[in-house]
Structures are given as C-alpha cells and as structure tokens.
Design a protein around this ligand. Structure first.
Ligand code: NAP
Ligand code: BGC
Ligand code: ZN
Ligand code: ZN
Length: 366
C-alpha cells in the first residue's frame, strides 16, 4: 500500500510502498478518501517542528493528521460505506484528562499525535482504527469535510478563550452575545480563515491582518463573510489609530516572535491574546514597560492547542451551516486536489505552499 513517509527531523518527504495493515479485532477498517495538508505538515517536512517523531522503535513516520475515509466493513457500531474522520491526538492512558477523552489537556505530555508525534498518520491507503476515535461526517459536506480537523482545533481554542474570559465579571454584551467585542486575527492561512469564520459566527467584529495585501481568494472570503483587513507591512500603529484596541488577539501566523512588541499594545483592558501558530524562528523579547502594561490591563496570554471529539462534532455542524451561509467561501477554501498517483506533485505540494493556497487535498480514492 502507498503511504507518505517522513523521517523527522530530516528535511524531505517520500512516497513508499508499505505492508497492508493487519486486521485487528474490534477495529474499523478504513479506506482513506482525502487527506489535507496543513502548516504543521510543512513544518515537519522542513525539519522545523520540534515535537515531530516516529513511533517508538522506528525511524519513519507516516504523515497526515487531516483525513476522511470510508468504512470498508460493518464493525463495532459503524456501517460499511459511512464516511468518518479520525481524531488525531490520542491520550497517554494515565492522566485523568486523557481518561475522560480530553487529551488536548493531557497532563503527562505522553500523548501521541497521528502523523506528528509517535503515531502513524493517515496519508496511506488503508488503516484500522478504534471506533472511539472516529467522528461521522455528514455526506453533504464530504467535499470539504477535511477542514473539520483544523476547525476542531479552533473550536476548542475558542471554547477555551471564552472559558478563560469567564474570569471577567461580564465579557458578553448587553444582548448576551459577543457582538460588541473586537477580534484581531494575525495570518490569513487556513487557520486564520477558519478562526475568522468561527469568530464571525459567534458575533465578534473581526479584523484580519497580514504583512502583504490580500490575494483574490482571500478578498472574496473577506467580502462574503464581512471581515475587515489591515495590511501590517508597516507595523500596527495605523490599526490602533483606526480601530482602537482589541478584546481578543489570535495569532494564526508562525511569526509571533517577530511581531509581539507591535501587537501587544493593541490588547484592550481585560483582553486575551491566544497563541496558536508555532513560531519557526526568532526570540521573544518584551521590555519591562510592555510587561507592566499587560499586568495593568489584566491581560491573559494563553497557548491553544488541539481539538478533541466534541470539537470535531461542532466543526461538522459549523461546516454544514457555512455551506449555506457563505457558499463562495466554502468553495474557495479547497484550493487544489492532487491525486496520490501524481507522486511528484504530491511531494511538491507537501513541501511548499501554493500561491493563494487555503487547503490542498490529496485524493487517495473516490
Ligand atoms: P500557513 O498556511 O503557513 O499560514 C500562516 C499565515 O500567516 C499565512 O497567511 C502567512 O502569510 C501569515 N504570516 C506569516 N508571517 C506573518 C506576519 N509577520 N504577519 C502577519 N501574517 C503573517 O499555516 P496554517 O496552516 O494556517 O497554520 C498556522 C499556524 O498554526 C502554523 O504555525 C501551524 O503549525 C499552526 N497550527 C497550530 C495548531 C494548534 O493546535 N496550536 C493547529 C494547527 C496549526 P503568507 O501566506 O504570505 O505566508
Ligand atoms: C494539529 C493539532 C495538533 C497540533 C500540534 C496541528 O497541526 O491540527 O491537532 O495538536 O498540530 O501538534
Ligand atoms: Zn494541522
Ligand atoms: Zn494524558
């Protein structure tokens, strides 16, 4: 069977013939339909992700943590032909959070992540999985359902942000929603796009930034969804003058080390800064005055990572809603489909982001 293989921290990716997986009792046989490529995959193949590692005792890892597949045989509550998406992070088996299905808050750090850390991923033709890690995909969204995995990370992140903000006696608005709150999203890749849609769905006023102009695709999305854009090529002072401070700043770039000092003064009283993108280089340096301001304004900085099964389920519901609410956006998000047979192109799109890319899908079977 074909599989996409990496040997972290070595740079590069290969497509190799591996042995078909052996049937396992009470596990569902899945034929992979599509896999998505995300910023993390590119960080792995370029040797930049410090947590990337093969399963114990091996020197290679099957890549891929965004996938949908079809159930091949009736098993354990699933029927042949159902479309499913696997949850990518799996618990350590020891801590209480992992035992209750929330390895996103694992306390030992001994969790594994398919296609990233210590567990084979989904860029392969077939595999067997425990039904507890499978989420049903509504047929109507199957063409773009691969976005539900990255969206699950963001559903969890927003849930966490709203939970953290419960520290403030009132952070909702006078109609009980968030529509008086301003959010700034840094970066316009798939993560920046998905969190912007989610924040709009929750009622936030959403500003997106990049240090360049939006491309046509990004502009179409911003117009349909109602996102405001600011070009930060010359820093963020102009944004502060124009809009004032933000209640939520969400970093969806991989460059926060370089922009922290410019962005932090934009955080409002009681505001929260969510760090989601993995910086690839640089050193974070804040002056004493910048830190005093953070304290004085009761700010929170929170690291946000990984969504779990309840978040995958919410992601399916939101994708189904967005298909009707923002049809052009949902269509625009799948930039390209590359068949696995086209090995050269598959390797190319895994190594390098395409111009105007939001999501590239590898098609394994139809
Ligand atoms: P991506 O496609 O590389 O997107 C990054 C975006 O940031 C791009 O739009 C990029 O612009 C923009 N950018 C780069 N430098 C910037 C700067 N100085 N100011 C403003 N924008 C800047 O990656 P992605 O798939 O959206 O993922 C984003 C990050 O989240 C990655 O680091 C990824 O590993 C991480 N991630 C984290 C989690 C988690 O659970 N915490 C989950 C998924 C992904 P260009 O298009 O011009 O390059
Ligand atoms: C995945 C997350 C994962 C994170 C850290 C992301 O690309 O989508 O689910 O927890 O990387 O490895
Ligand atoms: Zn990812
Ligand atoms: Zn754990």
């Amino acid at each position: 069977m074909k599989a996409v293989v990496v040997r972290p921290p070595k740079v590069g990716v290969s497509i190799e013939e591996l042995k078909e997986p052996e049937p396992e009792p009470n596990k569902v046989k899945i034929r992979i339909l599509n896999t998505g490529i995300c910023g993390t995959d590119r960080e792995i193949v370029n040797g930049k992700l410090i947590t990337a590692r093969p399963p114990n005792g091996r020197d290679y890892l099957i890549l891929g943590h965004e996938a949908i597949g079809v159930v091949e045989e009736n098993c354990c509550g699933f029927k042949k032909g159902e479309i499913v998406m696997p949850v990518n992070r799996r618990g350590c088996g020891h801590c209480l959070n992992c035992q209750i299905g929330r390895p996103d808050f694992c306390e030992t750090g001994e969790f594994v992540e398919a296609g990233i850390s210590g567990l084979d991923g989904f860029m392969r033709e077939y595999y067997y999985d425990d039904p507890k890690w499978l989420v049903r995909v509504p047929y109507e969204i199957k063409d773009f359902a691969v976005m539900a995995q990255p969206l699950s990370d963001l559903e969890k992140s927003l849930e966490e942000i709203l939970n953290v903000q419960k520290r403030v006696p009132i952070w909702t608005c006078d109609d009980g929603t968030y529509n008086c709150r301003k959010a700034l999203v840094i970066g316009t890749g798939p993560v920046g796009t998905l969190i912007s849609l989610l924040l709009k769905t929750y009622g936030f006023e959403v500003w997106i930034t990049n240090r360049r102009e939006l491309n046509d695709m990004e502009r179409t999305i911003a117009e349909e969804v109602g996102l405001e854009f600011y070009n930060s090529a010359n820093g963020y002072d102009g944004l502060k003058e124009k809009v004032g401070r933000f209640d939520l700043i969400f970093d969806a770039s991989n460059a926060f080390t370089y922009i922290a000092s410019q962005v932090l003064p934009l955080l409002n009283y009681n505001g929260i800064l969510g760090l989601f993108g993995f910086p690839q280089s640089g050193q974070l340096s804040l002056s004493y005055a910048e830190l005093q301001s953070l304290i004085f304004r009761s700010n929170v900085i929170v690291g946000l990572v990984n969504g779990q099964k309840p978040h995958f389920e919410m992601a399916m519901v939101h994708l189904a809603a967005w298909k009707t609410m923002w049809p052009k956006t949902v269509k625009a998000m799948i930039t390209k489909e590359v068949p696995i047979e086209d090995e050269k192109e598959v390797k190319e799109v895994i190594m390098n982001k395409l111009p105007s890319e939001i999501k590239v899908k590898i098609v394994w079977s139809k």
